[in-house]
Ligand binder design. Structure first.
Ligand SMILES: Nc1ncnc2c1ncn2[C@@H]1O[C@H](COP(=O)(O)OP(=O)(O)OP(=O)(O)O)[C@@H](O)[C@H]1O
Length: 283
């Protein structure tokens, strides 16, 4: 049995005369990773922002945990984004004046945790992502891949159940991109969390449970169907897959579980994608 964590139905959205989304439907199964691909301007980021409650569609519904997020007040949607969703963008959107640990702790402080209590979990998250010893570096003193791992820690410290990533490896070379994807998949899907990402990179998409392809504001049915039929595997190729703590329970944001120590793992773990139970596209 599969549990849908997000169910978007018939989303339509216009920016002026541009129809960015055109009756787009997409179901996301909890604990899976979904890559959204497509040509520039096909509507990928708009769809991601809808699913994440950043934008509200002109028409359509998005169910999350039994609630239609399109009907929530701005305040409730903000709380949802702060406490249950996490975000990783191409440039990380980290605060350069703050250190790595302060950037991560800040996400927790914004949910009401005092600074002194936020620093411990922040340090544990950084360590679990291979950044022990770099806590006090400012963002400009980190490499692009290290900065993205800070962003991955920041996205999850609140106990987020769904991580949204927009071109998380877009500014990285291929080796660093692989390392960041190891960190992203190892800390999310490998722990039962859900990952939805936008990418132009087929190598990044190939790491995900499933790929959906967009064109002119719609999801192409064949692409999702093909992904479901091929039974794609997620392959963790990193030398030290990262396995932070258990998935946070819904509503756990006020008491986030810090990640456990990095668990030893086989050098190459093949995880059968439930993908292909990840139902695709309803039109
Ligand atoms: N704020 C906006 N104002 C006006 N038009 C917009 C806005 N945001 C997006 N659009 C338009 O909506 C369409 C879809 O944009 P979107 O950013 O979702 O595409 P995308 O597939 O993510 O593109 P890219 O790969 O280039 O990032 C495009 O035609 C774009 O120009």
């Amino acid at each position: 049995m599969t549990d849908m964590i997000l169910q978007a139905s018939s989303l339509t959205h216009r920016f002026g005369a541009t129809r960015a989304l055109d009756r787009t439907s997409l179901n996301i199964v909890e604990g899976t990773s979904t890559a959204i691909m497509g040509a520039s301007g096909s509507g990928k980021t708009t769809l991601l922002h809808m699913l994440a409650g950043i934008l509200t569609p002109d028409e359509g519904t998005i169910q999350y945990g039994g609630r239609d997020i399109t009907q929530m007040s701005d305040r409730d949607r903000s709380r949802l984004r702060r406490e249950e969703f996490g975000f990783v963008f191409q440039q990380g959107l980290l605060i350069p004046e703050l250190t790595a640990i302060e950037n991560v702790a800040l996400a927790l402080m914004l949910t009401g945790t005092p600074r002194a209590k936020a620093l411990g979990p922040a340090a544990q998250w950084l360590a679990s992502l291979g950044l022990a010893g770099m806590e006090d570096r400012r963002i400009g003193q980190l490499s692009g891949g290290q900065a993205q791992r800070v962003a991955i820690a920041r996205a999850q410290i609140t106990g987020a159940r769904v991580i949204f990533a927009d071109e998380p490896t877009g500014a990285l070379d291929s080796e660093t991109s692989r390392e960041v994807m190891d960190a992203l998949i190892g800390s999310t899907v490998a722990n039962g969390r859900t990952l939805v990402l936008v990418t132009h990179d087929p190598n990044v998409a190939a790491r995900c449970t499933r790929t959906v392809l967009m064109q002119d504001g719609r999801i192409m049915p064949g692409a999702a169907a093909a992904s479901e039929v091929t039974g794609r595997e997620i392959t963790q190729t990193g030398p030290n897959p990262i396995v932070p703590g258990p998935a946070a329970a819904p509503g756990a944001a006020a008491h986030p579980s810090p990640p456990s120590a990095t668990a030893p793992a086989p050098a190459s773990a093949h995880v059968n994608a439930q993908a292909n139970t990840a139902t695709g596209v309803e039109r």
